[in-house]
Design a binder for this molecule. Sequence first.
Ligand SMILES: [Zn+2]
Length: 259
Amino acid sequence: MKIVNARLRKKEGLFSLELTAGRIAAITAQPDSIACAPGELDAAGNLVTAPFVEPHIHLDATLTAGEPAWNMSGTLFEGIERWAERKALVTHEDIKTRAKKTIDMLVDHGIQHVRTHVDVTDPTLAALRAMVEVREETRHLIDLQIVAFPQEGIESFAGGRALMEEAVALGADVVGGIPHFENTREQGVSSIRFLMELAERTGCLVDVHCDETDDPHSRFVEVLAEEARVRGMARGSPPATPRRWAPTTTPTAPSCSAC
Ligand SMILES: [Zn+2]
């Protein structure tokens, strides 16, 4: 495959890009705009870049604003309340349909790598089960990482720890958390210790909604960093077990309703 008349970042003029076996084999400067041959792709002077990454989205909650009610205060905590109401209405197909519609929007904007948080504070794990299917069914479009995200807490939600374990067993790639939302500071700390132990044991990555609050006493990032240090999971440390997720292609941004 060949892309002609492409503009590249921080470069003057137009370029041709030759692709072989899914990789860029050659980039050639063009003296001027050239005619596009059959089978070639004409960038028509537009920018050609590496695909973008969407590092934080909630595909299970996407496209639900106003259902069943709007977040009138505009606060995070009312947003979580509104989502808890909507969550009671979700079905397997509802989740899949909205997630795929959003993935199409992401793809249309040049995004190829997506990390989605999926609420696992649901005894049926309906959203997680649906999203595992979506990951497979959209593999030809995007690389999708699934975070087991305890929206209503690990320690504060009945069966929270077991649901996190089950979500990882069902195929979540990443372990999440929300320590500032737990009922007490102590529960926030123990939730971090639990999720780090789970990640260490299973080889999952870690992605925590941490100190997402205006409360200056919320200091869970320190706890998370210390847990990473003592477990040898800090940046640069080799993981105890291989990371579960490995990108299949080379790799950066819509929004989440809950955070
Ligand atoms: Zn979020």
